[in-house]
Design a protein around this ligand. Structure first.
Ligand SMILES: *Cc1c(COP(=O)(O)O)cnc(C)c1O
Length: 384
């Protein structure tokens, strides 16, 4: 995927750094909008996947809304140019300060995850003389069939309001004068590649809609969350996820009530494939079964492998000759600081550049400074 011209230009930059393919991001955004528009679905971008200002600005220009999980993300979205009526705020632990800020900015909706949170929001809204638009984040108890650390829609997870609490929640909300219930929100997990999970979600949402009708609760907006997976094994063969199949499924199985709008919150599927972590080989070291490739990038630059055993394809950009098995590791003082074990690669030597692929989502956004390491810089294909 990387031309020799681009690889040549990489040499001028201090490693490790994130390299973003802007053309691919544009094509991905076009593909999302093309697939969602026949159904009039409103797509939000989940900032937590990657809130790099340059990337955010481009995403905003394509007309997406913003899905935020902290007050600072709400602020970043508004600074970028997302309009307040396209900003939603979710999360199990919103602080009073964050709630105050979100209400003062009159954002589209606060997605609420517990009874106590709704009561607190009502109190804060009252003190600000505001009406808070809220959606209930419901835990639909649908299995996302993904890694257990990124499953969110099962009763054992901390997220959302459980189905058996719904009657009680409605009774609590009814007398609250500063709460306006506008929607239902669902998000069952991330890196979901088995689309039948989304079909099961649609079926469950239809049941919940029936419950709302029976209870005479009017619901204007349905938010189906995000979670569409990408192909980490073959990023060049499948650079853009199949958004058409994804949205068609919801178009087919979701039974909407008159005048309802449907929202989505995609993070990974939009931003993952356009990002790569570029790192330099510091040392080759003999090991007992395989040799170690020691990189100048570590878990502080890309945490996913250490955090949930995530796989990223790794390519040597300077060597194609030979074949050998390596453990590819970072410099951080932790045994989990490892990007891959027994990976077959061309013969690799000190100074080679390696690309860790599909790293645009939950990569740069999760970087941290353990060992007093630097946060990696980012460079863009249109400004190399
Ligand atoms: C993380 C998150 C998303 C985005 O998930 P992806 O798997 O990146 O698409 C959407 N909605 C909520 C509430 C989230 O927490």
């Amino acid at each position: 995927m990387f031309s020799s011209e681009i690889i040549g230009k990489f040499k001028a930059h201090v490693t490790p750094f994130y390299f973003y393919d802007i053309e691919l991001l544009k094509k991905t955004l076009e593909s999302v909008q093309k697939a969602a528009s026949p159904y009039h679905f409103m797509v939000h971008y989940a900032l937590k996947a990657n809130s790099n200002p340059t990337l955010l600005k481009l995403i905003c220009e394509y007309g997406l809304g913003a899905d935020c999980v902290s007050g600072n993300e709400v602020a970043r979205a508004l600074e970028t140019g997302f309009t307040n009526d396209h900003v939603v705020f979710a999360g199990v632990g919103k602080s009073d300060e964050e709630i105050k800020y979100a209400l003062s900015q009159s954002i589209f909706s606060l997605n609420c995850e517990s009874i106590q949170e709704i009561q607190v929001i009502n109190g804060i809204a009252k003190s600000l003389n505001k009406i808070a638009n809220i959606a209930l984040r419901i835990n639909p108890n649908v299995n996302a069939n993904t890694h257990k650390h990124i499953t969110t829609g099962l009763e054992e997870n901390k997220f959302g309001i459980n189905l058996w609490e719904l009657d009680q929640v409605i009774n609590v909300i009814k007398p609250l004068q500063n709460i306006n219930l506008i929607g239902l929100h669902f998000h069952i997990g991330s890196q979901i590649t088995d689309l039948s999970s989304f079909k099961n979600l649609c079926i469950r949402v239809n049941e919940i809609q029936q419950w709302a009708i029976d209870k005479q609760v009017s619901i204007k907006h349905i938010n189906m969350g995000g979670g569409l997976g990408i192909n980490y094994n073959e990023p060049d063969q499948f650079p853009i996820p199949d958004f058409e199949n994804y949205f068609t499924l919801f178009g087919e199985f979701l039974e909407l009530q008159p005048n309802q709008t449907v929202h989505f919150e995609l993070g990974r599927s939009i931003i993952a494939q356009c990002g790569n972590l570029i790192s330099k080989v510091l040392y080759i070291k003999n090991g007992s079964s395989t040799d170690f490739v020691i990189l100048d990038a570590g878990m502080t630059d890309l945490l996913r492998p250490a955090l949930y055993q995530a796989y990223h394809k790794i390519e040597n950009l300077n060597s194609t000759k030979g074949k050998k098995k390596y453990d590819i590791v970072g410099p951080v003082c932790e045994s989990t600081d490892c990007f891959g074990k027994a990976i077959t690669m061309p013969e690799t030597k000190r100074g080679d550049l390696l690309a860790i692929r599909s790293a645009g989502a939950y990569g740069e956004a999760m970087s941290f400074t353990y060992n007093l390491r630097k946060i990696p810089s980012s460079i863009f294909s249109n400004n190399l």
